[in-house]
Design a protein around this ligand. Sequence first.
Ligand code: NAD
Ligand code: TYD
Length: 359
Amino acid sequence: MRTYLVTGGAGFIGSNYIHYMFRKYDGDIRIINVDCLTYAGNLENLRDIEQRDNYSFVKADICDKEAIDRIFSENDIDRVVHFAAESHVDRSIRDPEIFVRTNVLGTAVLLNAARKAWENEDGSYKEDKKFLHVSTDEVYGSLPDDDSAFFYETSPVDPHSPYSASKASSDMLVKAYIDTYRFPANITNCSNNYGPYQFPEKLIPLIINNALNGKKLPVYGDGRNVRDWLYVDDHAKAIDMVQEKGRLGERYNIGGHNEKQNIEIIKIILQTLNEMLPDSDPRKSAINESLITYVEDRKGHDRRYAIAPDKIKADTGWYPETMFKDGIRLTIKWYFEHEDWMKNVTSGDYQKYYQEMYK
Ligand code: NAD
Ligand code: TYD
């Protein structure tokens, strides 16, 4: 049975990936989830799978060399899927150092541990060992408004925020391991994800939550910045397909063919909420465009991201399956059905973050 080490599996994409993998492989794989449970890590995301015999959770920091080495020495790990990171651009602008620590140093610790465990004396590797580094399209910087330009795997790396700089640095480290040690790894650079379990500091869940509570909807700058939105299950599937069918050592861009301006996203959410809420729901009357509030722009705000996913399609057959109009309904339905989840994650520290961030 193949054993996966998933880092950051209690976060948004990691927990969706773990659910996806158990739906797909059920009892045929084993998953060990390593997460230190920052504000973004939440074991509630995994409640329905935590009793499985083929799942285990280890609370550890990926920067903790001893703890990570121990996981490799106590388990015969076949696959690493590395999600753990500080992931929010606005937080990186306020406090860059933790992004360097977790995203760069943490990745180095993992690479070293995997290499030590997998390398034979002659520099070759034990059979069928693979490391996948989950990264972002933000490492490529920003595209002009012109909608004919796209990010390719060959696009220059040109990060602007401390978050994207730390992710670009970790990508470079993985590339150095591939080039220097022939380390069996892939890098994936994915566009913005949305779906269940996303922490409401990110645009889509923040807008859903604020609208449902009749609160203002903060739009940075002119609201015309473009992101390429991908439903999170499509990302999980892409990661699995890269490990199954991709060429080792390669970088793959993953994207939704779904570019939208932020203001469009907000208007779609408002309209979908109104369609989905019954007339009898008292929240419905307050959900309209008067909630939209333009606020000061994000520093260094990238204008447009857009992925060309040609290479992953050619090599693995992957393509984005979920249309935005369906994905956003699934997402809103999930938030309707998980009001307690939202209450829990927005109590305590989130309130402090929100007041400070949007004051
Ligand atoms: P998230 O913030 O929701 O989750 C991050 C997880 O990592 C949390 O569970 C957290 O507890 C854990 N973590 C943080 N620091 C850790 C440490 N030092 N040791 C162990 N665990 C630690 O992030 P996400 O949105 O799920 O993103 C996951 C990965 O995907 C990140 O690497 C991110 O850069 C990348 N990515 C995200 C998006 C997106 O739209 N969210 C798009 C492309 C790529
Ligand atoms: P975000 O979800 O933070 O993702 P990223 O910065 O990684 O792309 O933001 C998505 C877009 O939405 C980005 O252009 C910034 C914008 N935005 C707002 O306009 N208002 C907000 O309150 C937030 C959180 C983001």
